[in-house]
Design a protein around this ligand. Structure first.
Ligand SMILES: [Ca+2]
Length: 272
């Protein structure tokens, strides 16, 4: 659904199940995908259980001394991960999922400064741009839950495509409860939950990072899509004037050759 920008509280209820409250933030020009909610049979006031382990996203090992907040009325067996802070403009992408399928694989495809491609995944765990490690698969988990972590040090302004492949195990991406978090520096800059209504193909094309922007794709296909960000030769720019609110704004749009917008930058804002 389309909603005005803001923070939302979502009340979920069904006959015979414990009510549940979730929270979501809707940002400008950004699709917010909420996680799949598993309602618990029973009535409000009953108790549930909380189990799980908190792992380091770089090593997959358990972490001690963690404080944990628990949500009321939720029968939760989800494991968690925490990730050490990054400096600069590096990105860390952390994949977690449920028990089945047992093995999801993260892939990162991009270009080096000399124009040659690179592809980091379980059988090519790192790639170098000269002496700079541009991409590294820090952890490859093959036995459910994750975390599986990719670190990217973007050395060009060309697109870096991130996608997931259902490598082995029963079930499908749609039933995997897969979730991806993107960290830039010390900030969580993106969170995605796997779509549950886009079929049973094995590739989840999640997003691309290009020139500091996250371009969301979020499709499930029979082969990876690593071409949805238009290259600079076929793109164009347009200026647009927005006077619909109290303030007036001038935006610069980047568009592909079909004039489909993929990036929008606020150039100037003023009040009359
Ligand atoms: Ca894996």
């Amino acid at each position: 659904m389309t909603l005005p920008i803001g923070d939302y509280r979502v009340e979920i209820s069904a006959s015979g199940y414990i009510n549940f409250t979730a929270y979501a933030t809707v940002n400008e020009n950004y699709n917010t995908y909420m996680e799949t909610f598993l309602l618990v049979e029973g009535a409000d006031g009953e108790t549930g259980t909380a189990t799980g382990q908190i792992n380091n996203a770089l090593t997959g090992n358990g972490v001690e001394g963690v404080s944990l907040s628990v949500r009321k009325g939720w029968n939760n067996s989800q494991n968690g991960t925490i990730t050490p802070n990054l400096s600069g403009n590096n990105y860390r992408i952390v994949l977690t999922w449920g028990s089945n399928p047992r093995d999801l694989d993260s892939h990162m495809v991009g270009s080096l400064s000399d124009g040659n491609p690179f592809h980091v995944y379980y059988s090519q765990k790192s790639s170098y741009d000269g002496k700079i490690q541009v991409c590294n698969l820090d952890v490859d988990d093959t036995t459910s839950y994750g975390p599986e972590t990719v670190t990217l040090n973007a050395t060009t302004n060309k697109p870096y495509y991130y996608y997931i492949y259902h490598y082995a195990g029963s079930g499908s991406l749609a039933t995997s409860e897969a979730q991806i978090k993107i960290y830039q520096g010390e900030s969580l800059v993106g969170k995605f939950n796997v779509p549950t209504d886009l079929g049973n193909n094995r590739y989840w094309n999640v997003f691309a990072i290009v020139d500091g922007q996250i371009i969301v794709k979020n499709t499930i296909t029979s082969s990876p899509d690593v071409s949805y960000v238009p290259d600079s030769e076929s793109s164009t720019m347009m200026l647009d004037f927005d006077d619909t609110g109290e303030d007036q704004e001038i935006y610069l749009y980047f568009c592909d050759k079909n004039l489909t917008q993929y990036k929008k930058i606020l150039i100037y804002q003023f009040s009359c």
